[in-house]
Design a protein around this ligand. Structure first.
Ligand code: ZN
Length: 135
């Protein structure tokens, strides 16, 4: 699949406003981007740690999968995103190897990345996102 690095770790939070201070004041990171991803019904905040990012996800609607996640499991790590060189190829390979895809075709995510999710039932319980920077 040729993963190059961990692109980001997605963390579900109830509120960006109350969560950002921990990352800035305790961990000493800087929030460099806040972006709403309308089709996923989330508002995201990004921090960089080396070449890996932390992505905080706040639901903007009760129907957001993030809202449902927090309701069931509370705030916490939601997904791990790996950078790949060829997302279409990686999805085809995962499917061929028996992994159910949440996104059969890649779609636009935050930060201008092309993304797709693999079903956690087939990834050891870890919601897995693949990302390609096509820019
Ligand atoms: Zn993500």
């Amino acid at each position: 699949m040729n993963l190059t690095h961990i692109e980001h770790i997605g963390i579900a939070v109830k509120s960006l406003e109350t969560s950002i201070p921990y990352y800035e004041q305790v961990l000493g990171l800087t929030c460099y981007n806040i972006e709403e991803v309308a089709d996923q019904k989330v508002k995201t905040a990004f921090f960089k740690v080396g070449q890996t990012k932390i992505e905080l996800l706040e639901p903007t609607s009760e129907e957001s999968t993030i809202a449902k996640f927090i309701e069931k499991r509370g705030e916490g790590v939601h997904h791990i995103a790996y950078a790949v060189g060829n997302i279409e190829g990686a999805l085809a390979e995962a499917e061929m190897k028996g992994v159910q895809l949440i996104d059969k075709t890649p779609r636009g995510g935050a930060e201008g990345l092309t993304i797709a999710f693999l079903h956690p039932k087939f990834t050891g319980g870890v919601l897995t996102e693949l990302c390609e920077d096509k820019n």
